[in-house]
Design a protein. Structure first.
Length: 327
């Protein structure tokens, strides 16, 4: 099977009826970048910048961050890399910031990700500058984690725009363009998409945290791991609502949680109108194989039918249907 997937590297990611589905990979280390070539993925849809911080004993200074981002971009060649700003705090505590984050009762709901970055303006300014300098002459794709309300996006973007101005005055070579995106992983953000969408170029749904927050179920608790299914109507209807809300806006919508890397889940997502998936590299082959045997119109109709049914879990129905279709 591995050899079969490797042989599919250069095959187009397109459904049987000709609908292209963009497949990208999730990454966080320099070594992850080789997967772009081995899988044939179109880019990095989620680069977790906190990895560099987590494996470092001390806070990485700006030059070190910049060198790292430049290495990553060089390894990506012409393919885009979406850098997510720091998602630390809570369970991803940094030893050198520990005092500030270790006292929380509910770290997942705590002072983490963009919340921490906005309060630590120096940290975020430094990262913004490192990303901008590393992207000189090319497009910088940046996205913010755990956006809960649109003003948080505005505040984060303002930090990047401020650094652009500052570096422009210093006659530094700037990125040719910055594309801004938000992660949708806090359910509240779905209620204000009409305000957020005109401001952003892309939206990436983080189904790991979204599931945790939607079901109020700790993503790290093994006793809950099997209890709530990604193929439950709650998750699928939620995602469908987000996709519908983006219609008429010039915004790319992607999934970057682990859900997108499971073939049946990916099939369901495509049926909900998702055209971009950022997944773990090992999933690119299996998911592409699924895409090439699926009929986009048929899965769309099937998902509409399934979501209207009073069924608690769509997994049984959907897997039976997929098997009958030869997917
Ligand atoms: C997510 O929450 O779905 C996600 C992609 O980000 P992380 O797993 O890094 O929290
Ligand atoms: Mg997340």
């Amino acid at each position: 099977k591995k050899a079969r997937y490797a042989a599919m590297r250069d095959d187009a990611s397109v459904t049987k009826d000709g609908v292209p589905i963009t497949l990208m990979i999730n990454a966080g280390l320099r070594d992850d970048m080789s997967a772009l070539a081995t899988t044939g993925a179109e880019g990095v849809g989620l680069f977790r910048t906190e990895f560099q911080f987590l494996i470092s004993a001390t806070l990485p200074q700006r030059e070190r961050q910049q060198r790292f981002y430049r290495d990553v971009l060089e390894a990506a060649g012409d393919k885009p890399v979406i850098f997510r700003t720091l998602d630390i705090g809570g369970d991803k505590a940094l030893p050198y910031l520990k005092d500030e984050t270790s006292e929380e009762e509910n770290p997942a709901l705590g002072w983490r990700a963009l919340r921490l970055s906005l309060d630590h303006a120096g940290l975020m300014k430094t990262q913004a500058r490192a990303l901008i300098e590393a992207s000189a002459g090319r497009t910088l794709h940046v996205m913010f984690p755990m956006v809960s309300e649109p003003w948080e996006f505005d505040a984060a973007k303002a930090i990047f725009e401020g650094q652009m101005k500052f570096l422009g005055k210093q006659k530094k070579q700037l990125p040719s363009k910055i594309r801004y995106g938000a992660m949708l992983e806090v359910p509240a953000l779905a209620e204000t998409l009409d305000i957020l969408l005109p401001k952003i170029q892309f939206l990436s749904i983080g189904t790991n945290d979204l599931t945790q927050f939607l079901f109020a179920a700790d993503r790290a608790d093994p006793r809950l791991a099997e209890r709530y299914d990604w193929l439950s109507p709650a998750i699928l209807r939620f995602i469908k609502r987000v996709v519908t809300a983006t219609q008429g806006h010039d915004v790319d919508v992607a999934i970057c949680g682990e859900m997108g890397g499971r073939s049946l889940e990916a099939l369901a997502l495509i049926g909900l109108g998702i055209r971009r998936l950022s997944i773990t590299p090992a999933a690119v082959g299996p998911v592409k194989a699924m895409i090439r045997t699926a009929d986009h119109a048929a899965i769309g109709a099937k998902m509409t039918e399934l979501l209207a049914m009073p069924t608690a879990n769509l997994r049984t129905e959907l897997s039976a249907w997929a098997a009958a279709q030869g997917i």
